[in-house]
Write a protein of this length. Structure first.
Length: 379
């Protein structure tokens, strides 16, 4: 942490405390944030912070994004889906888009006038990207797209959706492409229902449908068709580190909440913290969180320098989210019955963290990726 990063973190915390914390409960009831908060975040310089200034971004690096996402999880305000918008979609555009595409969309993403979403998962294809069925057929200067996506974060409010499609079903992974869909400018695009979830209630998660949706060929991401799988594989490590980092924030907040609760909760004339079992459990949690932080810090540093490999990112994602679940469950147990009440932060953390072991590729898939790399290395 440099003085500049510390100052950035202070600004991030002020914005979250003022704009997100007071509204998170209301947003949870309506199942999405207010559209205006995106523009407020843009005005505060909290969108596209790692994107070049020439495209309206903050000109920062992944360290700035790490602060953004960690502090948001620490504050228990997951409603603003900035991890997808800033941490993923904006980088797909900057890394693979044409100059015209970057000039067209990135400045409006940085201002909050466009909200980004990434549409990969389908009803019959979750973590298996090659199994997607959404089809894009080229007709003159447009693609005609048919299919459906599910579990799409920011789906209800998204103005710009990066859609994973098959342009050549016979070519396997080489037949996958990415199309940028500006929702206000296409016909045949439909939003389905907002999906009811165990947690993350304020972050809208939706179904999307494409019925002969016509998308200009100029919206193809990359120089030619068939680049989508390679583009996804290049960017997925970033998404997995963002997921791991969010888990770190939840671990740290859970431990802090439980320590504060244990020191004031009276039981049989003593505080809960006076019991050896409580101290040992918290010591175990703190040790796990500290080990996790060391690993995450290493991954952040490698990612910022462009040196993070996909296998290490997969390790970080599965291990940190798994460890987070164990820590949060232990902390809730120490709260007793109060831990089950949603008025207590630990209950909301418990609701929110369960998805971490599923999104960005399930933990079982992460372990398979690590095992495959081990096999290759041993041959």
């Amino acid at each position: 942490m440099t003085p500049e990063l510390e100052n950035f973190r202070a600004n991030v915390r002020r914005f979250y405390d003022k704009e997100l914390v007071p509204n998170e409960e209301r947003w949870g009831r309506q199942q999405h944030v207010d559209r205006e908060v995106w523009r407020k975040a843009g005005a505060a310089g909290l969108l596209c912070v790692g994107i070049s200034e020439e495209y309206g971004g903050g000109g920062g690096n992944f360290m700035h994004e790490a602060i953004l996402f960690y502090e948001q999880t620490l504050a228990i305000v997951p409603g603003l889906g900035n991890g997808v918008h800033t941490g993923i979609v904006a980088h797909y555009l900057e890394n693979f888009g044409t100059e015209a595409q970057k000039q067209q969309w990135l400045p409006r993403m940085a201002s909050g006038d466009l909200v980004g979403a990434l549409a990969i998962s389908e009803p019959g294809a979750g973590s298996d990207v090659q199994a997607i069925q959404t089809r894009a057929v080229r007709q003159d200067d447009h693609y005609v797209v048919n299919g459906a996506k599910t579990f799409i974060s920011n789906g209800q409010l998204a103005d710009l959706v990066c859609v994973v499609v098959k342009t050549d079903p016979s070519a396997g992974s080489r037949g996958i492409s990415l199309l940028m869909v500006e929702t206000a400018k296409v016909q045949g695009f439909r939003r389905g229902r907002v999906l009811d979830k165990i947690g993350m209630h304020a972050q809208d998660t939706s179904e999307l449908f494409f019925d002969d949706m016509r998308v200009p060929c100029a919206n193809l991401l990359g120089p030619e068709e068939g680049q989508g799988f390679r583009q996804l594989m290049k960017e997925l490590p970033r998404e997995r580190v963002v997921t791991a980092m969010s888990a770190q924030g939840s671990m740290d907040r859970a431990i802090a909440e439980t320590l504060a609760y244990a020191r004031q909760r009276k039981l049989f004339g003593d505080t809960l913290f006076d019991f050896q079992n409580t101290r040992f459990k918290l010591a175990e949690c703190q040790t796990k969180a500290t080990v996790s932080r060391a690993f995450i810090d290493r991954c952040i540093d490698q990612l910022a320098r462009g040196e993070l490999d996909a296998t290490t990112a997969a390790m970080a994602k599965w291990w940190c989210t798994q460890t987070c679940g164990e820590i949060v469950d232990e902390c809730l147990q120490l709260h007793g019955g109060y831990g089950y009440m949603t008025e207590y932060p630990i209950a909301r953390i418990y609701q929110n963290v369960r998805i971490g072991r599923i999104l960005a590729g399930s933990n079982e898939v992460m372990k398979e990726l690590v095992a495959r790399d081990m096999r290759r290395a041993s041959e």
